[in-house]
Design a protein around this ligand. Structure first.
Ligand SMILES: [Mg+2]
Length: 244
């Protein structure tokens, strides 16, 4: 068996696998000045959101409308789908009105389920230490962002946070990227963007963001996702090495 070189890692020396070596080659952090990160699923465990929309909301909706849980869930999934790729999708005030439920209050009720994925904090600290510009780009509503920052304390690691609401388009639209670049001033050619939604990565690629990574482990309790089109990471340790 061929021995791989040992790469110095802030978490201690570890031997890294062939696929990790490939990431280090194709995503050279030393050439990257801007790191653009998605929040839900990428940095934070999507279990919270999946549980919230797939379980808690249907349960409360069923109670309110005197329906079975199954009927409420079927109805809600259809309704969610009809608002995909729109700002409504991520607007919790819209959903409060639409479903006649206090969505922010319900989120607050299960905030103990909000978790940061493993090694995310170390990764963010490494970026800060190496003076990368770190931007959070999220479709999440600012009320959700506030709740999640309060619980996880990850806000301190970002140079800036951009919600789709601030620019008027979700990340699935080229217009989002045009406006994001104007607001944040990143250089597409020296930017890395990481997201757990392929559709968003495709639009970022079309816009010209040079380095793209797909995060496979979004919900820690579900099977990791796959991508045929993008290089993937399952864990942020795969991007952690010194000598940037
Ligand atoms: Mg996401």
């Amino acid at each position: 068996m061929r021995l791989l070189p040992l790469v110095s890692n802030p978490m201690g020396n570890v031997t890294i696998s062939g696929s990790e070596m490939k990431i280090l080659r194709e995503v050279p952090l030393k050439d990257i000045e801007f790191v653009l990160l998605d929040m839900d699923g990428t940095l934070l465990d999507l279990y919270f959101d999946d549980y919230f929309w797939g379980h808690l909301v249907p349960e409360k909706y069923a109670e309110r409308h005197n329906m079975t849980f199954g009927a409420a869930r079927d109805y809600l999934f259809k309704t969610y789908k009809s608002h995909e790729r729109t700002l409504n999708w991520c607007d919790i005030d819209f959903w409060s009105k639409e479903l006649n439920l206090d969505i922010p209050a319900l989120k607050e009720q299960i905030k103990h389920l909000i978790e940061v994925h493993p090694h995310v904090i170390d990764f963010l600290k490494m970026l800060n230490r190496n003076r990368k510009k770190v931007f959070l780009l999220t479709n999440a509503h600012y009320k959700t962002v506030n709740l999640k920052f309060k619980k996880t304390q990850i806000g301190r690691y970002f140079d800036s946070v951009l919600c789709s609401f601030d620019v008027g388009y979700p990340k699935e639209y080229i217009e989002f990227w045009k406006r994001a670049e104007k607001r944040l001033g990143f250089d597409k050619d020296r930017s890395l963007f990481i997201d757990d939604t392929e559709e968003v990565l495709k639009v970022a690629r079309e816009y010209g963001i040079r380095y793209l990574l797909f995060k496979t482990v979004a919900n820690s309790k579900a099977e990791p996702k796959r991508s045929a089109e993008f290089m993937t990471i399952s864990d942020f340790r795969e991007l952690m090495y010194e000598g940037l």
